[in-house]
Write a protein that binds this ligand. Sequence first.
Ligand SMILES: C[S@@+](CC[C@H](N)C(=O)[O-])C[C@H]1O[C@@H](n2cnc3c(N)ncnc32)[C@H](O)[C@@H]1O
Length: 225
Amino acid sequence: MEIDRKVIGYKNTAGAQNKIIIAKAMINYFIDENTKILEAYAGTGGMTELYNIKTNDITCIELEEEKFKILKERFPKLKLYHNDNILILKELISGEKKYDIIDLDPYGGCPQQIQLASKLIDNGMLIITTGEFNYVRRFGHIPKIYQELGYKIETWKDFNDVLHDFIKKRFNNANLLFQYNFNKISRIVYSIGQVNAEKIQSFKRDIQFINSDFTFEKRKQKTLF
Ligand SMILES: C[S@@+](CC[C@H](N)C(=O)[O-])C[C@H]1O[C@@H](n2cnc3c(N)ncnc32)[C@H](O)[C@@H]1O
């Protein structure tokens, strides 16, 4: 099928390239034909295409009609949901599903999805794009869940720390393995529960040369509002 690159939205940016490098390292060390993967923000399948090299056990959720259509044409054999991921994550929790890898790749923040995802993984890897930074710019406030939990968030660094705290408190033994910050987003990888230490070392070695851009360091000190 002819793929419209504008719809797919994959740009040749350093951010997108780094995302691909991380996915390839995941493929090298953490994915085999038995690995169960959940992508709650599948888009048109940029990451799916890579994960699918090793496993067919991939569950994808995508809300937008046009993107879902492409996803379905590209991956007709995978388990695909065209719906709001909150509903589907709840359904998967009711069905007592568990995954080895969960990929949360939103445009904005996704604290509710993070909470739900924590019930769907015992041991494995969690990959999150922290669109939180964009969320604040877009909506002018921090996500409600963080407000209700009483987190004080005044600077970008606070935001980053809150996200890690939020994750650590919800997932079973979440260990931050890697974070790169590019432009307005971060891509973060955690190991959850028990994960083979040698594989983690090899994974880290493969991605160690990815550099964060310096703007994040500057932004850390800046107030959010
Ligand atoms: C950053 S893109 C995902 C890109 C994709 N992971 C890739 O690497 O090609 C975010 C996607 O999440 C979808 N999305 C946003 N909110 C959603 C929701 N509540 N439920 C399911 N999908 C959602 C958007 O339509 C968009 O396609």
